[in-house]
Design a binder for this molecule. Structure first.
Ligand SMILES: [Zn+2]
Length: 419
């Protein structure tokens, strides 16, 4: 098995590299939702999948769907996949590795049919680059695409609806893409996109939960004035207030285990060397696996901003832009992933995903689980993004164990789609 998986792992990496060349930009990878190079990606996957006995189709939102039937008709179905779209100046593995790995698993089965069908899914949209709204591909499978979403336009004024038509698909078919009742689970292999596994010297991990997220905008308002003529004790400077608050946010986050908080953008107005800034706008992003801990932390950070403002004679207002609850992965599948990792000889490890993934959309309807692969340097969303061939081989091995475990697990065969 080792030799076979090592061979497949090299092939997986070569395929990811091939696909990275299908890009809207020359010299770098950028493949947004239903952009022309997505046709090339679909063609490549069809060429790889059809000889393995899988039937390939592109659904009404441009998802690649390839069905590898079960040993018997009327059998349940397992989805395995990830996304095909990328950010601008992307690496070659984020998302697409999970789809290429799914193909490798079919290849490793070498014609063997299981008591359930496997559907390889390559989601058309996850990153939210083109329309500013993520997960368009996976939303279609859980029936979460409505007219309002189809009317959203991109930077060129093209709506989602029109983009779908221009790609040669029919948006009227979207409601039919909802998953059928025989789907029993969704598995997603994905690079970790962080430094945790590398730090722990572990190649793989089972994702236990996808962290919840709060996003806010906060504005300190004071008074702009002359930087030379206004004495220090007569100022209403919003930049110094913001600086104090940013440090407090960092402090607060470090005091709560596993909480991450980021002030990613600071804009000062008027933003000149010789003017005290009368207004400073900041963003705040807070994530944690436990929604209560996250919400309490955000409340405390806002309260702290008000204290700082009051002490400095300023005002502050905040606006919540996002309050996305955490999504626990399916406990049965997570334990199966752990068992499969152990069978490869690696130490099983559970972790929280700080980033959102298709699995969190699917989990609404389908029991879902994710397997993270160690990301060298923790680098992603960058051409330097990479993955080691040994880790990919272990992921294939883990995937095969998982498929075999599920084939003999009554719990898996009989469970149903969520209402
Ligand atoms: Zn991704």
């Amino acid at each position: 098995m080792k030799q076979e998986t090592a061979h497949l792992a090299h092939k997986v990496i070569a395929r990811c590299q091939t696909l990275a060349a299908f890009s809207e930009d020359s010299g770098s990878t950028r493949r947004t939702f239903l952009s022309p190079p997505m046709h090339n990606v679909h063609r490549a996957f069809a060429e790889w999948l059809q000889p393995l006995g899988a039937s390939v189709q592109i659904d009404a939102v441009g998802n690649l769907r390839a069905l590898y039937t079960a040993s018997e008709d009327d059998s349940p179905r397992l989805l395995v996949g990830s996304h095909l779209d990328t950010v601008p100046n992307a690496g070659a593995y984020d998302g697409i590795l999970g789809v290429v790995l799914a193909v490798a698993l079919l290849e490793a089965l070498d014609g063997r049919r299981l008591p359930y069908a496997i559907e390889v899914v390559g989601f058309s949209e996850e990153e939210g680059v083109r329309f500013g709204i993520p997960f368009i591909g996976s939303r279609a499978l859980v029936g979460r695409i409505d007219d309002a979403l189809l009317d959203i336009v991109d930077a060129d004024g093209i709506s989602v609806r029109k983009a779908i038509k221009e790609f040669g698909l029919n948006p009227a078919g979207i409601p039919k893409e909802r998953l059928p009742d025989n789907v029993r689970g969704y598995l997603e292999f994905h690079i970790e996109q962080g430094p945790v596994l590398e730090t722990l010297h572990l190649p793989l991990a089972a994702v236990e939960t996808i962290a919840g997220q709060s996003r806010l905008e906060l504005v300190f308002a004071g008074r702009s004035n002359h930087a030379g003529t206004t004495p220090m004790h007569l100022r209403f400077d919003t930049v110094t207030a913001a600086a104090e608050w940013i440090t407090a946010v960092e402090h607060a986050a470090k005091a709560i285990p596993d909480l991450v908080a980021t002030v990613g953008s600071v804009q000062t107005k008027p933003g000149a060397t010789n003017v005290i800034a009368g207004e400073t706008l900041l963003t705040l992003d807070v994530r944690h696996r436990d929604d209560k801990i996250r919400e309490r932390a955000v409340e405390n950070m806002i309260r702290h901003a008000h204290e700082i403002a009051q002490r400095r004679g300023l005002s502050v207002r905040s606006k919540q832009l996002m309050n996305q609850p955490s999504v626990p992965m399916d406990p049965f599948l997570v334990s199966q992933v752990e068992a499969a990792i152990a069978k490869t000889g690696c130490q099983p490890h559970r972790m929280v995903s700080g980033a959102g993934h298709d699995a969190m959309i699917l989990e609404e309807k389908v029991p879902s689980a994710m397997i993270f692969l160690r990301t060298p340097g923790g680098v992603s969303h960058d051409p330097a993004e990479s993955v080691s061939v040994d880790d990919v081989a272990l992921a294939i091995e883990c995937g095969l164990h998982l498929l075999n475990q599920l084939a003999s697990a009554p719990t898996f065969q009989t469970r149903t789609l969520r209402a």
